[in-house]
Design a protein around this ligand. Structure first.
Ligand code: HAM
Length: 414
């Protein structure tokens, strides 16, 4: 038997409604903040991620699904959404739209990761990008959207952690002292960290190897090296969060695994299992890095699988079929379909599509938990009346064989 590829999953018909609930809540939240949905390709030229996400990151070095297409071009399945959206922003001249350009998305992402609970190779992100403003108010807006969305889907047991990782100016000084710190024990670090020392020492702080994590204890923190502008920006963010009563902890350990971040970075961490369910930050250098104009931006993405694992027990039931119309013989199907067509504007209606016997139709209606059953036979058509039964209470009524009368009695049953 052929099995699904490692790190992927089937979202079966019984569970897709949970995903829809989250996605509907996301859409409503984003739209209430004035964001519109963007959809971009699943794959891009590899160079976009090498330059955008950074060629010393784990994502680019170890986790990308990269292949040559038939014309020999290097293609990568998107491991994240920000680089692609920035590419679309530049390529489509979206800087000529009212600024800031604010979009949201829900898209599958692909990373060749070590598969474990909460970590997949194909996973779904819901996120947003606000492009074109350097104001700390945009950082606040992103965090506020995230917070509102999590509340809307009843995820309360999360902690917001924030940090500032400065700008290229303050980072220069910081990287020198960090290099000195790491250099003292460089022989004990893993080979990846060793290779990152000269090119991108901050990535060493993001290493997942236990020994490197231990060696990194006591490393200098960027917060102590912020330039005046970055310091003020971070102070403004913290003050406004306080004013909005959004609780946070400053965590200097949050450096993020993608290279494009500047200034504010943040993560919402589940208190239940320690997973980061939503993460993001400012990326003021990315648009220029990808050959656009110097344009500041901020955004975040949430892992849908991780959100779902936190609300699994809390969610309401899947929708039910509210009416099943059973027919004694197939020549009553025309009437059944006519009634179903009108009623489907208001409720969920199913009819026989298997040419089943009357008894087999009743069995099926029972199995799917249909709430009401309408039976149509020759007599019913002749008299233009039929019996409708509430399957839960067993209560029965005679109704006229038209959509209005049937709908009224379903409402009366409730
Ligand atoms: P990220 O931190 O790489 O950021 O991913 C965001 C979220 O996606 C994570 O916090 C986590 O919930 C989820 N996630 C990441 N990898 C996996 C995985 N292998 N399996 C399941 N869930 C996963 C970004 O991707 C940035 N593009 C976010 C952003 C948008 N920053 C600014 N704008």
């Amino acid at each position: 038997m052929i099995q699904k590829a490692k790190g992927t999953k089937d979202i079966l018909a019984d569970e897709s409604y949970r995903w829809q609930l989250i996605e509907e809540a996301a859409q409503e939240t984003f739209e209430n903040f004035g964001l519109k949905e963007i959809r971009i390709p699943t794959f891009e030229y590899t160079e976009l991620f090498e330059r955008g996400v950074g060629d010393t990151t784990d994502v680019v070095q170890k986790e990308m699904y990269t292949f040559n297409d038939k014309a020999g071009r290097s293609i990568t399945l998107r491991p994240e959404g920000t680089a692609g959206i920035v590419r679309a922003y530049i390529e489509n001249g979206l800087f000529s739209k009212p600024s800031p350009y604010k979009v949201w998305y829900k898209m599958p992402m692909f990373r060749y990761e070590n598969v474990q609970k909460g970590r997949y190779r194909e996973f779904n992100q819901i996120g947003c990008e606000i492009i074109g403003t350097s104001s700390y108010l945009a950082d606040i807006e992103a965090i506020n959207i995230a917070n509102t969305f999590l509340k809307k889907i009843s995820i309360e047991d999360v902690k917001l952690k924030i940090n500032s990782i400065g700008c290229p100016t303050c980072r220069k000084k910081y990287q020198e002292v960090l290099k000195e710190f790491v250099n003292e024990n460089i022989n004990m670090y893993c080979s990846t960290c060793k290779s990152r020392l000269d090119k991108n020492p901050m990535r060493i702080l993001d290493c997942k190897e236990e020994k490197c994590k231990k060696l990194n204890k006591g490393a200098p923190v960027i917060l102590d090296y912020l330039c005046e502008e970055c310091k003020e920006h971070f102070e403004n963010v913290k003050n406004m969060l306080k004013q909005l009563n959004i609780n946070y902890d400053v965590d200097s350990g949050i450096v993020r695994g993608l290279d494009y971040y500047t200034k504010t970075v943040f993560e919402f961490i589940s208190q239940k299992d320690g997973y980061t369910v939503l993460a993001g930050g400012r990326y003021d250098g990315l648009i220029k890095e990808l050959d656009g104009a110097d344009t500041p931006a901020v955004g975040f993405a949430a892992g849908e699988e991780r959100l779902l694992s936190l609300i699994e027990e809390k969610q309401p039931e899947d929708f039910k079929t509210e009416l099943y119309i059973a027919t004694m013989e197939q020549n009553q199907m025309k009437k059944a379909l006519e009634i179903a067509e009108t009623l489907r504007k208001y409720i969920v209606v199913e009819t026989d599509i298997c040419s089943r016997s009357f008894n087999a139709q009743l069995k099926y209606a029972n199995k799917i938990g249909a709430e009401n059953l309408l039976v149509i036979g020759e007599e019913e058509i002749k008299n233009n009346t039929a019996k409708i039964k509430n399957m839960k209470t067993g209560e029965e009524k005679t109704v006229e064989l038209n959509a209005d009368s049937i709908f009224d009695s379903i409402i009366e049953f409730e």
